[in-house]
Write a protein that binds this ligand. Sequence first.
Ligand SMILES: [Zn+2]
Length: 421
Amino acid sequence: MTDILIRNARITARGAEPCDVAIAGGRIAAIGPHLPGGGTEIDAAGGLLSPSFVELHCHLDATLTAGTPRPNRSGTLWEGIALWAEIKPALTEESVYARARKTLLWMLSHGVTHVRTHVDVCDPSLVALRALLRLREDLRGTLDLQLVAFPQEGIYAFADGEALMREAIALGVDCIGGIPHFEMTREDGVRSVEWVLAQAREHGRLVDIHCDETDDDQSRFVEVMAAQTLRQGLSGKVTASHLTASHGYNGAYAGKLIGYMARAGLHVVTNPLDNSVLQGRFDGYPTRRGHARIKEMLQAGLNVACGHDSVMDPWYPMGDGDPLKAAFVLMHYAQIVGADERPWLFRMLTDMPAAAFGLSDHAVAIGAPADLILWDVPTEDEALRRLPPRRAIFRNGVLVAEREGVGMRVLGEALDVSPPG
Ligand SMILES: [Zn+2]
């Protein structure tokens, strides 16, 4: 029994010829030309039907705090970290919940149905974590959240950092994070990676570590992640985020490292919006891009996701939660622009982050969950060129967002796209 029948949609894997997609019981039941009628019929008029987006890297505890208590005047990472340390003591569960929910509705309006967010646990009250644990349960099945215990100020560099990480694991985070390049010594950084992976194995959690997010070409903790992933038997469960130091590695080391990353089955997240403005700040001219070697990693067969990262926070004053804009910037920044390379860009927002998230069948395919974006434009290239508003978003076969006039309707409400305050 068909619930929804989308007619005349273009599906990338099936080429230029439009076809029909039948949805039943929350899943894609049939794909083909001229399917028999049934359920609610939607004419896609040749528009693209893509999988929904999976956002693998953001910081919902800090979202929509840009400008409080004052703006980041220099635009640097360090002023951002200092500002966040000032904001943290004033957080309340209600404020974190409301800001995070607002950003998540923006994301849903762009077609994001799964989100992994880091949550700073260098806070003895764990206020933000408690708020986001509640939000995770409230949104489950509509917009699925994974929470990462993220030690922004270090597991060992922050007083009682390890104890707070243990508490966050006990409270039920999905992933365990780290920030080895921010620990005080190389030895502490190595120890932090070893600790995180051992905890992940003991407690059956995923790993997502902010790793080598620096321009220091001597920052080499991804190699520790690869070695520990192999030793702990955690292939497929470990994600390395940022990796901007890899921009400065010599070719011989980068080649060796990428080989070991592939062998360990590491997932990678690159965050072109934040890192385009934060990196290279110690350089004179020429100024490095400060960006991970994404194309080489893709060519080596690594699973690479493109994350949005910040949405209006102390580190990045812009952003509206649309992953497509991050991919648009990545196309330029990483020179993923060749005709045979551009298909990676949509994959870095859909099936590749889905694999890291733990979703096995995130595709427009028979039997897969009907987590879909319907577009007015016919191709992925046209979506990237024009960055258009989405026509409709489906989660488990339910219409959760649709265009309404010049705005969007999300979960039955007209979406408010204005920033808070
Ligand atoms: Zn981050």
